[in-house]
Design a protein around this ligand. Sequence first.
Ligand code: CLF
Ligand code: SF4
Length: 292
Amino acid sequence: TNNNQSTKLMEQTSKHPCYSREAHHKYARMHLPVAPQCNIGCNYCNRKYDCTNESRPGVTSQVITPILAQQKFIVVKEKFPNLSVVGIAGPGDALANWESTREAIERIKASNPEMIFCLSTNGLMLPHYAPEIVKLGIKHVTVTMNTVNPETGAKIYQFVHYQGKKYTGIEGAKILLQNQLTGIQYLAGQGVLVKVNIVMIKGINDQEISEVVKKVKQLGAFMSNIMPLIPVEGTVFAKLPSTNMKELNQMRDLCQIDLQQMRHCKQCRADAIGLLSDDRSREFDAVSPNLI
Ligand code: CLF
Ligand code: SF4
C-alpha cells in the first residue's frame, strides 16, 4: 500500500547520511566512480582521475566499469556493515553515462535489494531518464542547480551538449534550466526525494539562491544543500573568492524558511567510501586497479 511504501521510504531516508543529519555519524556511503563523461561545462569544474589528496566532487583515483564496481562493492560491504547508501556522483555526470550507471546499480541491487541507491546529476538528461530512474526504484536523487536565470546560467556554464549539438551562453543555460525544472517536478511527483545542490558563487549567483530554493520547493523538492564554491586551479572560477562559513550559514538560515537545508555536506570525492567525515576510499584503490 501507499502507506507501507512511505513508511519504508522514511526508514530508508533515516539511514541516508546525506538526507539525515542524525544518520551521518552512523551510516556509511559508497560512491561508484563509473560515470566519467559530462554533458555540460561548469566553470568551477576540473575533473581529475589520479589525485589522492584532494577531496571534492569530480575527483577520483580511477574510473571503473560496472563489473569492477560490483566487485569493489562486495569488498567494501564486508568492511562496512553500516554501509547504507550506494551513490553515483561522477566524476562526470551520472546520466551522461546512463548505461554504466544503470548497469552498476542493477548488478548490486540484484543481490542487495536493501541498499539505498542514490544519484547525483546536473539534470540535463532527467527528462529522458527520469522514468527509468523511477522504474529502477531509486528514491534519492540530487540535482545540482545553481540558478533559475539563464543570464546567470550563461556565466556559470561554458556549454551544454544536448542531443548531438553544442549550445553556449543563454541558449545552453535555458535548455539546462528547462530540463532541470521538468526533471525535478517529474521525480518529486513520482515520490522520489529530490535534493537540490546549489554552489554558492560570490558575485555570480549568490543573490539568487533563495529564488532557486523557492522554485524547487514549488516543484516538490525535499531539501536543498547550499555549498561553497571551491575555487580550483585551471578553471574559469579559479580566482573567485571562496564563500565563507558565515555567509554560507546566513544563506542557509534564510532558505530554511522555505525548505529543509542540508548543513553537513562534505563535498565528497566521486569515489568516496565510509562515513561522510571519514573518507576511507584510498584503502580500496587496489581493489579495482583497471582504468577504463
Ligand atoms: Fe553521494 Fe550525494 Fe548521494 Fe550523498 S554525497 S550522491 S546524496 S550518497 Fe552527500 Fe557528499 Fe555532500 Fe553529496 S556529503 S557531496 S550531499
Ligand atoms: Fe563538472 Fe559536474 Fe559540472 Fe559536469 S556537471 S562540468 S562533472 S561540475
